[in-house]
Design a protein around this ligand. Structure first.
Ligand code: MG
Length: 388
């Protein structure tokens, strides 16, 4: 028998023998050479934080200058994982609701972060909603487990980091001179994302103004702003002629048949955002949209996001990864799935003035992942104190 095959069988035999006496968490830890210290307990801490926006952020139904955030931390056996919940108003969560949820979480009942399947299922069962609150624990848990393993999640999942797309840089609804200025500021980015849906005159002004500055690719997000499918199709044809390459959530969530008609007739892909919250939304969106926009704050975090990638790919649907206005913590977590998506909208950290983490970077316009373990971040603001 060739030596390498003999060695393989020997290793396989040892693993089978180990399986008889070890639980899955211990086998996992053994495989990665990490000792599980059973006397150690996971400890969750959390603090409210306010992300200050660089510009007033305006979409078709609101405007704001800051975003409420809650930062989380899980410590275990000398390791620390960080997480984050970001709560833009339309998500239906607040700092109060997230803090109330986190107070109910008891991670002490689990022996290690590698009991992830059970932990995630427990977190999801605590309440019906609170997707951002759940994501804040899921992200910290992934950061922690990845740090213990010593690898980033994109690598643990077997993704090819060189396949990450360019990120888009978002330009909100604004006056012509502000749009021009923002377009010039977007020079380092290769894709511009524009929020439309305020009416034909304003929408065309936005696109024409950007086109007076640059001819780079534009992605368009309507945020459910179009109510008439024929008008929507006319606008899409107009946008296609101006090098727009995708349309996000053109019509209201409840206009399913109209959206399906639009997707069938549209020369551009139509991507679900508000219509796609979690894994079990995807099946009913097949045939209605061309693809989905995955955001950790909608889907409860990386554990479910990874499953959404697989299901969408199985259904031959296109993928986008997005974010809220949030720090480099949640943005770097979302970036772990970027190698599998056609569009990345990971500029949330660039839109805030007080980022307290450093992590995923945009290099030459492209989402660039590193070998840093977990979600690949470092806490940069020493004033963030979880002990206070
Ligand atoms: Mg959107």
């Amino acid at each position: 028998m060739p030596t390498n095959r003999r060695n393989f069988l020997k290793a396989a035999g040892a693993l089978t023998a180990a399986a008889a006496v070890l639980n899955p968490a211990e086998i996992f830890a053994k495989t990665f050479g990490t000792k599980i210290n059973k006397s150690k307990k996971m400890q969750l801490s959390f603090i409210p934080y306010t992300a200050q926006l660089r510009h007033v952020f305006r979409i078709s139904h609101n405007a704001r200058t800051s975003t409420p955030i809650v930062l989380t931390r899980i410590t275990y056996d000398g390791y620390t994982g960080y997480g984050e919940a970001s709560m833009p108003p339309y998500l239906g969560e607040s700092q109060a609701s997230v803090l109330a949820y986190l107070k109910r979480v008891d991670l002490g009942q689990f022996s290690s972060p590698f009991e992830m399947e059970d932990i995630i299922s427990y977190l999801d069962g605590i309440t019906t909603h609170n997707t951002a609150a759940k994501a804040s624990v899921d992200i910290a848990l992934h950061d922690l487990a990845g740090k213990i393993i010593g690898q980033p999640w994109w690598k643990i999942w077997g993704f090819d980091a060189s396949k990450c797309p360019n990120t888009s840089y978002t330009i909100g609804l604004a006056e012509e001179n502000v749009v021009k200025q923002k377009t010039e500021e977007a020079a380092p980015y290769k894709v511009i994302k524009v929020k439309l849906g305020m009416g034909e005159k304003t929408d065309k002004m936005m696109i024409n103004t950007i086109r007076s500055v640059t001819d780079k690719v534009i992605c368009v997000d309507i945020n459910q702003g179009w109510k008439d499918k024929h008008y929507a199709l006319d606008m899409i044809n107009w946008l296609k002629e101006r090098n727009v390459n995708m349309i996000e959530q053109p019509m209201p969530v409840d206009m399913v048949d109209e959206t399906a008609w639009l997707t069938e007739n549209s020369p551009l892909p139509i991507i679900a955002d508000e219509s796609c919250q979690r894994l079990d939304d995807i099946l009913k969106l097949k045939g209605v949209f061309s693809g989905i926009n995955i955001k950790l704050m909608k889907c409860t975090g990386l554990f479910e996001a990874r499953k959404m990638v697989t299901l969408a790919e199985t259904l031959h649907m296109m993928l986008m990864v997005g974010c809220m206005t949030e720090t480099s913590c949640a943005v770097s977590a979302a970036a772990q799935i970027a190698p599998r998506v056609q569009w990345a909208d990971l500029d949330g950290n660039l839109l805030i003035a007080n980022d307290c983490f450093s992590g995923m970077k945009i290099v030459n316009g492209k989402v660039t992942l590193t070998d840093k373990p977990g979600i690949g971040i470092t806490k940069t603001d020493k004033n963030i104190n979880f002990e206070a």
